[in-house]
Design a protein. Sequence first.
Lengths: 200, 200
Amino acid sequence: MSPRKSVAETAATRDRIIDSALALASAEGLEGLTIGRLATDLAMSKAGVIGHFGSKEALQLAVLDAAVRRFTLRVPARAVGARPGTERLARTYDEWIAYMAEREGHGGCFLTSVATEFDGRPGPVRDAVLAALGTWTAYVKDELGTAVATGGLPAGTDVDQLAFELGGVVLAAGQSIKLHHDPQAPERARRAVARLLGAP
Amino acid sequence: MSPRKSVAETAATRDRIIDSALALASAEGLEGLTIGRLATDLAMSKAGVIGHFGSKEALQLAVLDAAVRRFTLRVPARAVGARPGTERLARTYDEWIAYMAEREGHGGCFLTSVATEFDGRPGPVRDAVLAALGTWTAYVKDELGTAVATGGLPAGTDVDQLAFELGGVVLAAGQSIKLHHDPQAPERARRAVARLLGAP
DNA sequence: GCTATTAGCGAACGGTCGTTAGGTTAAGCT
DNA sequence: AGCTTAACCTAACGACCGTTCGCTAATAGC
């Protein structure tokens, strides 16, 4: 039959598994993700799937990590070209909203879904979610600070409050897109962000 | 041993089950809710538990219904005393935020958690979530319309946009409370709502 | 007192879960 | 050519899943 895979190809298999797992977890949740179902989808055995990770929890962490990396490559990386502060933030949120709209169930949307799923379930997965979210809010607050310093936002601006409200807009957009399939959601989110950032 | 329960008491048992199920589902999700675990918590048999509902899905719907009823009794019911429009809305959101803060994991917070959990999983549970959410947004938009009509909000106000942003604030509050346990979240949410409603 | 009803139990059902052990086969190195 | 490594398999494990089946026993209506 088909020849055995070379060592270089095993990483590709791992990626293939994570790809499928990410799609599955987007629909069923990270806990609803099942090794058996994954194996069926990939036409592999359960042992062949889990052999790449060691345990289901390790698989969950790998999937989460892949989602975060994908998000980072897609959203903030496209905004680094913009001037730090208000401009970069506006671009970041534009990219984020577009990312959520183009594929319902990956990346940023996925992270907040997992955050909701694991908010009452302590453990390594929850810790990883908190870490990723912490990195993100640090980035946002840093840019907001720059925006205040460069005059893009008024001097007395409460950066923490603004980050809180921007987070709310994204959560609302995610719900409107994934749950209600509202085609107007991206435009509403953009308008909300523009108002919060002073409509630059 | 203990005497058998009268018919009047069986409804109490049902309530006891739903109470426990609501607590469990708040931590583990509505799908992570398990009849066996529930039976252990209640010191009952699995058959005794499921006998009151017929199936797990029926139990899930009953739990969801109980959460919605509890929320309705707690939040909007306490705001009917306020004048329709801006005042009533401000009171409603105040009550909602207080409700989320006092018990992490019930009512409004619970509904949005389930909404996230089932957003990619069609079926009766998702339909029930959409119905409850629809009733709620209809109420909010109605009050917003009244606020515009009575001058509490400017004439050209985009009611749908405002409802979208108010929803975002509540989602952000829920995440800050349940996931980050941020004690400042309620105050931030109140401030955001006040700004959206024109700080009355 | 007799009977019908029903809440709840114990036990078992077929399935699926995550995980492990052992075997097979191909690739890479010496 | 022989040996090691590792990817992937089949098979099985015990645990738990939701559900169904009688059964017991207490109540309610007669």
